[in-house]
Design a protein around this ligand. Structure first.
Ligand code: TYM
Length: 331
């Protein structure tokens, strides 16, 4: 079976629709055909300041949402990144193979460090993509389901795998990014020139755990344009095209069918229907998440079992890597 690895940051109290359509739905479908490792990346979360109690809570809520979406702990290893110390152990070795200039070219680092203010961004934010490479390579993953914004990090991961293999002998599988068609980049509802993100004002971001009325209101208030035709034209009609992409991804109807369906109606009808499709799709996820959070001890058991399974694989990779780079075997 091919191996799959992916991760998500526990930096908000709910995932958003971009996370869901860009990545998490693929996490669920890939379980059928692959041996999957899915982690809540709390080590990555502290590259920006986090309140400890909030981080702990968000980590648990994240795990509950992943189960609610359909990650099956009987099939896949679901775990918390900090529970598997091998990620950090491998990360150090990879850091020593990463060029300073190479890391400086990562666009997410440039964006985030700029937001933090020059000179105040942490070294952890700088080495973030190398830890991500370690997350992936430590499981010898073949495929990594992610949204479009992770493409550059995946390229770095591939480069590091090839570089290590070239220098020390064949060790790592070189992974490929699995980026979905159509929903790889869901846009913010208020600023449809930007990707949907929790770091923009919440009015433009559909959180999975929002109340249905809140979700419907956000969609009703989505920015469109001054035209009237419901057509898919991402260049000139980013907002309308984004709503069509969301509808299509959730309803399974093709964009062409939707354009035909809305041929005689306006933006108001489109928004009304998108709101219905979204709230209906998210209702069961929200309900199941709440049920799972009623039993945190059970969640913790699932995560402990996932970490144990992950460590079996990860520890073998780290042992091989440490041997190859020339570390003396511990007695
Ligand atoms: P994160 O936590 O920001 O996002 C989780 C996943 O959601 C995708 N995504 C989107 N997809 C479509 N449209 C959007 N607006 C949108 N916003 C987010 C992301 O592409 C991602 O797949 N660096 C990663 C976490 C990570 C990771 C890993 C991923 C750490 N280690 C190893 C894969 C493999 C991140 O910050 O994702």
């Amino acid at each position: 079976l091919p191996r799959v690895l992916s991760g998500i940051q526990p930096t908000a109290d709910s995932f958003h629709l971009g996370n869901y359509l860009g990545a998490l739905r693929q996490w669920v479908s890939l379980q059928e055909s692959a041996e999957a490792f899915y982690c809540v990346v709390d080590l990555h979360a502290i590259t920006l300041p986090q309140d400890p109690a909030t981080l702990r809570r968000n980590t648990l809520v994240s795990a509950a949402q992943l189960l609610a979406i359909g990650v099956d702990p009987g099939r896949s290893a679901l775990f918390v990144q900090s529970h598997v110390p091998e990620h950090v152990q491998l990360s150090w070795v990879l850091e020593c193979l990463t060029g300073f200039g190479e890391a400086s070219r990562m666009t997410q680092f440039k964006d985030k460090s700029q937001r933090e203010g020059t000179g105040t961004a942490s070294v952890g934010l700088f080495t973030y993509p190398v830890l991500q490479a370690a997350d992936i390579l430590v499981y010898q993953a073949d495929e990594v389901p992610v949204g479009e914004d992770q493409r550059q990090h995946l390229e770095l991961t591939r480069d590091l795998a090839v570089r290590f293999n070239g220098r020390f002998g064949q060790t790592f599988t070189v992974p490929t990014a699995r980026i979905p068609q159509g929903a790889a980049k869901i846009l913010d509802l208020q600023s449809p020139d930007k990707k949907m993100s929790k770091s923009l004002p919440p009015a433009g971001c559909i959180f999975l755990l929002d109340e249905p009325a809140v979700t419907a209101k956000k969609i009703r208030s989505a920015v469109t344009d001054t035209g009237r035709e419901v057509v898919f034209d991402p260049e000139n009609k980013a907002g309308v095209s984004n709503l069509l992409a969301i509808h299509s991804a959730l309803s399974g109807q093709s964009i062409a069918d939707l354009e035909a369906h809305f041929a005689d109606s306006g933006y108001g009808d489109l928004k009304k229907e998108v709101a219905e499709v979204v709230t209906e799709s998210l209702a069961p996820i929200r309900q199941r998440t709440q049920e799972l959070l009623d039993d945190p001890a059970e969640l913790e058991r699932v995560l402990a079992a996932g970490a144990a399974r992950a460590r079996e694989v990860a520890s073998r990779t780290v042992a091989e890597v440490y041997d190859r780079v020339g570390f003396l075997a511990p007695g």
